[in-house]
Design a protein around this ligand. Sequence first.
Ligand code: NG1
Ligand code: ZN
Length: 530
Amino acid sequence: MEHFQLKNILNIKYMKKYSDNIQYGTAGFRTKANALEYILYRMGLLAVLRSKVKNAAIGLMITASHNIGSDNGVKLIDPAGEMLEASWEQIATNLVNVEDANLVSTIEHIIKEENINMSVDAIVITGRDTRESSPTLLNAAVTGIEVLYGIVQDFGIVTTPQLHYLVVCTNTKNNYGNPTLHGYYIKLSEAFKHVRQKQINNGQYVAELLLDAANGVGGIAAKEFQKYLGTTLAINIYNDGNGELNYMCGADYVKVQQVPPVNFSLKSNFRCVSIDGDADRIVYFYTDEDNKFHLLDGDKIATLIAEYLKELLKESHLSFQLGLVQTAYANGSSTDYILNVLQIPAICVSTGIKHLHNKALDFDIGIYFEANGHGTVLFKETVVKTIKEAVINPKRSTNEKEAASKLLNIINMINQTVGDALSDMLLVETILHAKGWDIMEWEKMYEDLPNKQLKVKVNNKSIITTANAGRQCITPEGLQDEIDKIVSQYKKGRSFVRPSGTEDIIRIYAECENLCDLNKLIIDVALLVY
Ligand code: NG1
Ligand code: ZN
């Protein structure tokens, strides 16, 4: 019987089209959309196997995030909302690259090796972003899921973090929230409104912002949020889906190019937000009266959150171990500020959200952010329990209880399952409101070192291998020495090169004290790999 079902797997519509090997990278499989159909079909098969092995619902998200509209991608989400386990990334890579003739035997092999009980029910929760290619790719995935008798729960067009939320809620039987989009909006917006109460503005803080939604799914989610938030926050949405996805707009463009998005109505000194194509990254920015652009990226968001949480813990007399996780792309000034001013541990891990998420779990309260604006805060269950007790403990002072109650609401407005641009936005807005700060006041926390990123197209990016969280080149031999030589000529200089996990390019990063030296520094380093 089982063998008979497996034979049905070979589907003429989804035969392997390309001979090039493709890797399950930092964010799953990502490439030109027209090369993805058979990959989606096979990932549908794999999602069923993963669900059976974990005896829990698995997520399957179709998106290529900040990449151009003609790209697409797919990633699987494990039961607790985390990225697919590393050993299964390898299984996914093998499965996608085998020839059609070996597909059945490869599936049989996975079932045997992973000891999968095929009689266990499988549930796959699917979602997609707004790309034109996404419905066709979803069909391919659903066909793969259903051929192995998996149950599909499709949520249509959702942000990546919404899908993570839905997976977690489904698997924790509503403990984290209701597994519906309404459940998501209500949980986050109620917590936000509760902290703000009746006072909408405060000091320099005005409850209105301009949002660049990258012409992606975040525009839809932001409009939906607006309905739930009512007058507590006015979100003026630009690039809401009418223009080209991620084209000269969105968090990645704004962060890397360090310019405002196009089709955006700038007002000087006014708080602006940019999110990416699947709404899991966020950066803030503004232009001043001289039209100068100011960026407040993931590092600035992380430090703002860390400082505020530290204050609330102090006020509530609760003592937990706070930690902040970053990558090599974090601005050197932010790391200095975290270590020396906030006096919180700052840990550097490899690029890719799973590394940050895993490390943040080591702390009672782990804050993690990539400089590009992908991040969230994780609270241990024991921490949440203690805070809940503190809110109602009659032995505690009113001040202590109020601070604990603020903490509890903050926990509820954070999407702990993954970085979530809109949840992070509500959190930043809450903190600025509490402090009575405008964006200029926030910016003053510390001054970023001038920094820049470049991409270099190479024939084979894997000739560069790195260690020490991507900060040191191991191969080609001698490259790191050359980089060190260049960097040593610059005050507060830092530069590294690493192969991208999502594109066929090498990324180069550089920062140094003087803006006028920056171009020379990064170009000299780039020439070493060109
Ligand atoms: P790669 O392409 O491996 O650098 C990029 C981002 C990551 C992460 C992934 C997933 C930078 C420098 N890199 O990875 O931080 O967000 O995409 O989308 O921003
Ligand atoms: Zn994204």
